[in-house]
Design a protein. Sequence first.
Length: 501
Amino acid sequence: MIKQEQIPVTITNSLSGEKELFKPVNEGHVGMYVCGPTVYSDVHLGNVRTFLTFDIISRYFRFLGYKVRYVRNITDVGHLENDADEGEDKIAKKARLEQLEPMEIVKNYTEGFHEVMRQFNILPPSIEPSATGHIVEQIEITKKLLANGLAYETNGSVYFDVLKYNEKHHYGILSGRVIEELMESGRKLDSQDEKRNKVDFALWKKASPYHIMRWPSPWGDGFPGWHIECTVMSTKYLGETFDIHGGGMDLKFPHHECEIAQAVGANGKAPVHYWIHSNMLTVNGQKMSKSLGNSFLPRELFAGNHPLLERGFGPMAVRFFMLQSHYSSTLDFSNDALSAAEKGYKKLINALIAIKKIDHPGNSVTDAERNEEFKRIPAELYQNMSDDFNTAKTLAVLFEMSARINDIKSNPALLKQIDSETFEFFKQHYISFIEDVLGLRMEEEHNSDLVNGVINVLIDLRKRARQDKNFALSDKIRDELKTLGVQIMDGKNGEMNFTIE
Ligand code: AMP
Ligand code: ZN
């Protein structure tokens, strides 16, 4: 493998808008923080795209030999329904609607999130801190911002004073938003408002008497604002200045802009060297989002159980589909694109199976030109991945390699034109870039159309058993499938979905 120092990595930094050479804070180490999910509902395929982007980035740095500390949080308090600090806490609301404890909601959806990550072969982060686990630190930093004159208390809540901050610093440095324009847009503040200016944001919110998620603080019972948790958890585990902060493009403003202001206001220095924003998965050009009603869940995707889907697709074909575009471009979902991706994925995997079985015969009469070619092509994998993690171009190189593998498969004599060391270099790179860097693996057999089809037949039989009030049979089908790792979920209107563990 080629050494890390020989491969400079460039990153498009959202802060400058430029492609910049990556220079770590500590040589040989990468510290990366990524905003994790708000665990009040199932993650949809759009969320998966963002977490996949950062999985690839951490995998590639590790592959290059860096020691990576990857922190991805769980937001389990403080994310309100509305970005302007209005509305209910998303988790508290779900708990109220389902008559559960907020921590039951958190546990359920955190487990679901982990399961989806596992299905897509998205590796776990090094640390996965939760907002509720860091309330003390959030209170401490809020006190610091108050002491620094950058925050104020009103009626038991504490707000960040954006105009004060902007006197000495630049609010808008990341998103390019202009304070004057933000002050003019939308609803005007009225006498009921606690904020001095509409651009201010909550660091701590007072809990009303019926608010269930609450902690004591110097300002009375309350709960933290959304942005402060990420400032606390990133700097706690990665230091006051760290290498990379990531998230979906939609988090750039206000979330990440506020994170910078809080960290600069508290610690007097910019927290992050490279900001990376992953673009959106869209459906017919519109962002996939739960609130727009155009999102579907991974399990619906695998089973083909959604009006937008013509059939089911396995997680690896979907992973391949997402890798075919650069993370900074939007990616539009379509059945045709997924079918094409599935074919491409199979091609790469078939060549992977083939090359694992090919060994060099030893002695060879080398053909200098061909030998060079087998050295040159794997080097292009690094060039493309190091160029702002260009997975699309990396896949194109892997296709070129797969064509060479197929040539050798049909004509093993070709191997004699390459020396054994070069062939080993070529082989190891093909395997490592597919498996370790891009994280593609053999599609698990149970995601095949056949297995899905058989399960659907059993589900139909179970529905019929229920109609006939033969609950013993219906339970038997459910329980036996469960022992095989197939979980049937009964919907409110008699529909049945399934997931495979
Ligand atoms: P949330 O749980 O809503 O905070 O979202 C978790 C992550 O998914 C965030 O980084 C979002 O930016 C990202 N995200 C949400 N919707 C999409 C989408 N349609 N495409 C890509 N990423 C998304
Ligand atoms: Zn965050």
